[in-house]
Design a protein. Sequence first.
Length: 314
Amino acid sequence: MKIRISVFTTLFVSFIASIMFISCNENYTDNGTYGQQNGQANNTNSNILIPNYDTHRLEFPKTKGGKSIIITHKLKNGEVNYSVEWDAELKSNRWTCYELYSSNRKGGASRWKAKDGELQYPFDPLLPMDSYFASDLFWGSGYDHGHLCPSADRLNTDEANKQTFYISNMQPQLSKFNGSDKRGGIWLTMENKMRSYITNGTTDTLFICRGGTIDSPALIKEYRRDRFIIPGYFFSAALLKYKVKGQGDWQYKAIGFWFKHENNQKQSLKPYVVSIAKLEQLTGIDFFCNLPDNIEKNVENKTPEQLELIWNIQ
C-alpha cells in the first residue's frame, strides 16, 4: 500500500510540475519578447503550432518549412542572440531575425577579429555540413560579407559579436550598398537609423528581420559559381515595442524597407520606406506573425507618408 501511494504521489507531483513548467514558459516574456502573455490565442497565422519554442518570439516571421532549417544562436547565459532561416537546398540565408534592446545594444565588446588559424567568417556550427558550400564563395566574388544582424548591434559581449560573423548570417552585398566603402552605403544608413531608436536605459525593444531575395529568379541579381546566389533586393522589417511617457500600456509600430541591390550611397531613406503589408507582398514573407491579429493589422497597413512621420525618417 505504501508503495502504491508513493508511486501515485510521484506521478502526481510530476504532473503538477509539468503543468507549472508549461505555464511558466507560456508567460515568459524575455524582455517583452512574447508580450501579451504570448498573445497568440488571438492569432490565426502564428508559429504557435511549431514545436520549436524559439519560433514563437515576436521577431520571427512565419517560417517557410520544406528545405528550410531554423537555427537560433544563444549565449552561454541562455540569452538569444539571433535566429536564421537557412535554405539547405539553395545553401543561402532566407532571413535573420533578432532583438535590440538596451542591454545588448551597447557594451564593452568591439568588432571581432579572427586570430591565427581562425576564419574571419566561420561556418555555422549549428548547420548540417551538407547544407552549405564547402568553401567561402564570398571571397573573390566581388561582393562583401554583408551582415544581416550587424556586428554593431552586438557589442554587449565578445561572444555575441563573434556569432554575428558566421556565414549563415551573411548575404553578398556590393560595398557601395553595404557601407564598407569609405563613403558608406544605403544599407549602413538604414542600420544606423534603426539602432538609434534604442538608447541606454530605455525599456523599449526593437524586433528586426532582414534578408535578401533568394526564392524568385526575377528577384535574383545573378548566380556565381556553384549557383552561389546574389540577391537582387534586400529588405528590413522592424517592429518597435515602446511606452509613451506618462502612459502605462505598451504600444507597437512597424516599418519596412525595400532596397534594390545596387551601388547606392544616398543619405535619405524615404524612397525605400514601405508598409509591412507591402513588404510581405514583395517578399512572400509573413512578418511579425506572432503578434495578436488586431495589433498586427494595425501596424502593418500604414502608408509610407505615415511611416515617415511616425518614425521620423529623413
